[in-house]
Each structure stands twice: as C-alpha cells, then as structure tokens.
Design a protein around this ligand. Structure first.
Ligand SMILES: *Cc1c(COP(=O)(O)O)cnc(C)c1O
Length: 362
C-alpha cells in the first residue's frame, strides 16, 4: 500500500455518521449560506482562539485579502512577509496593489527572522504578515516592539499556542490538509480589533451590512452552512488531533530519524501541520522514499521572491540566503493525526537505508 503524505480521510472517517447527521439537519433547514451554523462556528472559534470576533469566509486566501482591504492597504504601501511560504501570502498583498517586501527566515524555526524584518521597515511599511509555518508559531514577541500592525497568516496553525491573540487580525484556511479542515474550501478571519472584524464582515458580502446599502467595494466570500456544520464538529476534535500530531513527531525522534537529518525543533504548542526535516541529501532520500512508495514533498522549492509572477520586483538568487537554503534542503515526511506507528517505522527504515548506502558510496 502506498503511504500518502497526509491521509485526510483517516482523520474524519470515524466521524462520518455524525457529519451526515449534521448535514441532514442543515438540508432540512433549507438555509445553506451564512445561517445559524456559520454564526455559531464564528462564536465557538472566537472562544477557542481567545479573540473577540471571527468572520467565516470562503478560503484562506480571501481571508488575507479581506484583512488587507479592511486596513485600506493598497498601491504605494509595503507589507513585510516571508518568501518561504505558500504563494498565497504574497499574492494577497499583490492583489491589493501593495508591494510584498520579503524578510529572510530563521534557519531553525523556518519563520521570519525578526531582525531582518526590522531591517526592511521603511516609511511605507503598513503591516507585517508573519506566517506560522508548518504549525509552529512565529516569534511575534520580537515583532511587536516595531509598532507596526501584525497580520498573522495562521493558515497552517489552528490550535498552535499563542496564535491569533497578538495580531490585529489572523487568517485561517480550512483546506482539507490543514490542522482544522472543512470538507472542501473554507476560511476564517480572527480579529483582536472588533471594528476591523466588522469591516471584514461587510467586505465578505459586497461591503454591505444590510444587503441594501453598499458602503465599500467588497466581494462575495462566504462560508457555507454545510462546511460550518462540519467545522463545529471538527473544532471539538482539534485538540485531540493536534495531540496526536505531536505524538507522531515525538515518535519520529524516538525512532532515531535525527541521526540522518535535522528534525524540526520541538516546542510546546507546535502543532506539526507538516513534518518537515532538513538535509543536504534531500534528493537521495526523496528518491528512496518514492521508490518505496512513501509520499514525500519538498516545499517552496522556488521561493516566492523568485517566482515568475514577481519578476517585476527584480529579485535575484542570493537575495534571501536562508530562505533559498531551506528551499533546497527541506523534506516533508508523512504526518497526520493518527498516523500508524508501523508507517513511521517504515519511513525511518527507508531513510536509514538510503543514508547508509549513500555514506558508503561517497
Ligand atoms: C493554505 C494556505 C493559504 C491559502 O489558503 P486557501 O484556503 O487555500 O486559500 C495561505 N497561506 C498559507 C501559509 C497557507 O498554507
């Protein structure tokens, strides 16, 4: 049996009867968009995250754009963000007409390096958008003293300790591989600033509060009732899922994986959205894993600043050395809530064999 990188189905399989029960209730209600489940989920998510308000939206990319729009960030403005992240982070900034200014990363946490962020602040900087990459919190305590609004891209970190309570707003994606997921697309904006949340709430529905008077140029970006019904159920499972991910990460370490590559540094509250190791031998290990039919992935192989869509900014290779190094060395191994120990043992034994053979050959 081939091993997937993430087995989404294994995580929700035992919940299918409860999901269907909730779907049945939604179908019988006849309310399919922005109904009582969305409202209840927004309240439950706010309580979970420890923020006053959240707003359900269509996906995590819209969540980012809506926050930037609500802050009236656009042409002529700069937003500092990492390049070592999913493309949507900088894309959202560019969608508003603003310029993404890239900060390099810390090689251990893989999150933005606060010193490089500070070095890139100009009089045009309107916001800093750190990403809590792979489920690990970015160093917000070091960014706060800069006195610039922080927008947390928390798409990969629902449930990670200390996420969403620092930034003016934080954004989440419920794409099915994320820690908290929907059965399709979904997203959320969590705001510590209630006025900002209210503005996002209007912008997700054409800039209107009452569907008659249109105050802003908004968009249509709503969360469905069916998705919200599933999300309410899954929110109750999330801590258990994240605990299971932490146990799986600990097991990789116990199995001795650290002899062959650099393991992600553990810290309390890290929720391991992905399990990403580093090794200069990535090519050899990836090949051996694929040959053993074990899925693996290398993230952000072309980091955002070197993507064709950003060629007008003229970034060249060497601009962000730690980002570019991480792009060459990272390797994601199978990880999900409830991944069987036997699978992890197979992964480690394939890595061990490839490393030993490689060492003998060189
Ligand atoms: C997944 C993700 C997004 C985008 O979320 P979608 O729901 O797919 O639009 C944005 N930023 C990061 C860091 C992500 O991982």
């Amino acid at each position: 049996m081939p091993v997937p990188l993430v087995d989404v189905r294994a995580q929700y399989e035992r919940l299918i009867p409860q999901i269907l029960e909730r779907f049945q209730a939604v179908l019988e209600s006849g309310t399919l968009i922005l109904g009582p489940n969305v409202q209840a989920f927004e309240e439950e998510a706010a309580a979970y995250l420890g923020v006053p308000k959240t707003v359900g939206v269509a996906n995590g990319t819209d969540a980012l754009v809506l926050v930037l729009d609500a802050l009236e960030i656009g042409a002529g403005d700069e937003v500092i963000c990492p390049s070592f992240t999913f493309y949507a982070t900088a894309e959202a900034i560019m969608r508003t007409g603003a310029t993404p200014v890239f900060a390099d990363i810390d090689p251990v946490s893989l999150n933005v390096d606060p010193e490089d962020v500070a070095a890139k602040v100009t009089e045009r900087t309107r916001a800093i958008m750190p990403v809590h990459l792979f489920g690990r919190r970015a160093d917000l305590a070091a960014l706060t003293p800069l006195g610039i609004p922080i927008i947390e891209d928390a798409a990969q970190a629902f449930g990670a300790q200390g996420v969403a309570t620092t930034g003016v707003a934080s954004t989440f994606s419920f794409f099915p591989t994320k820690n908290l997921f929907a059965l399709g697309d979904g997203g959320l904006v969590a705001a510590t600033d209630e006025e900002l949340a209210e503005r996002v709430r209007m912008l997700r529905f054409h800039g209107s509060r009452d569907k008659k008077t249109f105050l802003y140029v908004g968009t249509n970006s709503r969360l469905d009732e069916l998705q919200a019904a599933a999300l309410r159920l899954f929110l109750g499972e999330l801590d258990g899922w994240n605990r299971a991910r932490r146990e799986a990460a600990a097991r990789y370490a116990e199995l001795g994986l650290g002899e062959f590559c650099e393991l992600p540094e553990d810290e309390p509250g890290h929720v391991y959205h992905m399990y990403v190791v580093r090794t200069p031998e990535r090519g050899r290990l990836a090949e051996a894993l694929s040959a053993a039919r074990i899925a693996n992935a290398s993230y952000y192989v072309t980091p955002t600043h070197l993507q064709p869509a950003l060629k007008q900014f003229g970034h060249e290779e060497g601009f962000l050395p730690e980002t570019e190094k991480a792009s060459r060395e990272n390797l994601a191994l199978p990880m999900w809530a409830g991944i069987p120990a036997e699978i992890q043992e197979r992964v480690v034994s394939v890595v061990r064999e490839a490393s030993t053979v490689g060492a003998a050959a060189s």
